[in-house]
Design a protein around this ligand. Structure first.
Ligand SMILES: [Zn+2]
Length: 334
């Protein structure tokens, strides 16, 4: 196997994709670190807003590998300061591989570009450039700090990873979530494993709106919360021309707004939107979905009757595995 810059960046990409859908309002970002001899020290991702950025997490893992006696604080600002004081030049002449240009600014956490300079890294390979006003300019900070920078490695793949972030920064990002059995059915009971459903609830927790159609509402009477992950329920939009019963489960969640409307126009204040449903709703909404998140269980079931009937050509961007299920993030074929 050739272990070149693309290989290490692909490790970072793969790690970042595991957290796609969980990092809102931040982008999914991955980072790999090698030592001065090209030996892999760490590969990490940004897992959730408020937790360390990928570079900070990777620097922590790399330092821990080189000095297991270090006890790191978990709070990102404290972690950043701790690493700045205690790195002991262990990462001097290391190489960082990041899917997105390291941030230049102090947000919830301090600048990753400054951290990499402080660590004395030799080179940083960057996939996508950060064009957001507040975070861009990280590459300049690195160069000024004496770090070599190479941009545009696996750029197309890194841009695909970043796309949801760019969309919700701009207007909104919406994705259609489906769960299918191996035989292609999706009705009559729970489809995926408990672990996969916890993961789905984590993704719901990161959404600010969940959209379903009247058919799902009537067939499943869903709650649409994030209870399995201990997370918050997003606001809900039911697209239907019919009335909904006042005691429907969807109304049972405290502090969540439920919108019922005939049209499929999403209110502008919502930025990260999950659409759920079956065959008819997929056909109706596929034009509005920027991505598709499709779970496959490993079961055939005699209970399942309904299958997806539509023509849709998708491009598989990432495939993951969780609790005896697989899932894929898909884009549309252009
Ligand atoms: Zn950062």
């Amino acid at each position: 196997m050739v272990t070149d810059d693309k290989f290490y960046l692909s490790l970072a990409l793969n790690e970042a994709w595991k957290y796609q859908g969980l990092t809102y309002p931040n982008p999914a970002v991955g980072c790999a670190v090698t030592d001065k001899n090209g030996v892999l020290l760490a590969c990490a991702a940004h897992k959730k807003a408020g937790l360390p950025h990928a570079e900070l997490e990777a620097a922590k893992e790399a330092l821990f590998k080189l000095n297991p006696l270090l006890i790191f604080p978990s709070e990102p600002n404290e972690l950043h300061a701790f690493i700045g004081k205690n790195h002991d030049n262990l990462l001097k002449n290391s190489t960082f591989y990041v899917t997105l240009e390291p941030c230049s600014h102090q947000g919830l956490t301090p600048s990753c570009a400054h951290l990499i300079v402080t660590l004395g890294a030799k080179k940083v390979f960057i996939g996508s450039l950060d064009k957001t006003k507040k975070a861009k300019g990280g590459a300049q900070i690195l160069k000024k700090g004496g770090v070599e920078v190479e941009e545009g490695v696996l750029k197309d793949e890194c841009d695909e990873l970043l796309e949801p972030f760019l969309l919700w920064q701009n207007e909104s990002f919406s994705f259609f979530k489906l769960a299918l059995r191996l035989d292609g059915t999706y009705d009559n009971g729970i489809i995926t494993s408990h672990e996969a459903r916890i993961f789905m609830h984590k993704i719901r927790n990161a959404c600010d709106l969940i959209v379903i159609g009247g058919e799902t509402m009537r067939a499943d009477n869903p709650i649409l919360d994030a209870r399995l992950s201990g997370g918050k329920a997003p606001d809900a939009l039911v697209c239907t021309s019919k009335n909904i019963e006042k005691n429907a489960n969807i109304f049972s969640v405290k502090d969540r707004k439920v919108l019922v409307q005939n049209s499929a126009e999403f209110p502008k204040e919502y930025k990260n939107i999950m659409i759920e449903g079956g065959s008819n709703f997929l056909r109706a909404m596929s034009g509005k979905a920027d991505r598709f998140l499709i779970f496959h269980s490993s079961d055939f079931s005699a209970k399942g009757v309904k299958r997806i009937e539509t023509d849709l050509r998708l491009k598989l961007l990432y495939q993951g595995f969780i609790g005896n299920c697989s899932f894929g993030w898909y884009g549309k074929m252009i």
